[in-house]
Ligand binder design. Structure first.
Ligand code: FES
Length: 112
């Protein structure tokens, strides 16, 4: 079995910081997803990477929704690719909490 390598460029930091990006090379087998890669990065490279997910696959919880190359998609169902760098960012139009985690609560529930 041969492993391919995905190159992921990931937005880091909180919403009130200027955006910066870290790049990670992630080995993967055919069929692996962006969420698989994010979990691997946290376990093998950078435990401080903030991500959110719950069900792990199949669009059940929708917690893993992020922007993948500018399009909103589920990290748990988007397949990794080895042919180019893929950019991951938090959901657009939502306050960024940290890294790939945005505040998805409805505005009415954000009373502080
Ligand atoms: S982790 Fe639940 S839909 Fe992706």
């Amino acid at each position: 079995m041969t492993l391919a390598t995905a190159h992921l460029r990931i937005r880091r930091g909180s919403g009130d910081e200027p955006p910066r990006y870290d790049e990670f090379a992630v080995p993967f087998e055919d069929g692996a997803t962006v969420l698989d890669a994010l979990i691997w990065i946290r376990a093998q490279r950078d435990a401080s990477l903030a991500i959110r997910y719950s069900c792990i696959n199949a669009n059940v919880c929708k917690e893993c929704t992020i922007a993948i190359d500018g399009s909103v998609a589920y990290a748990c169902t988007t397949r990794l690719r080895a042919d180019r760098v893929v950019t991951l960012e938090p959901l657009p139009g939502k306050p960024v909490l940290r890294d790939l985690v945005a505040d998805t609560r409805p505005p009415r529930e954000r009373l502080e």
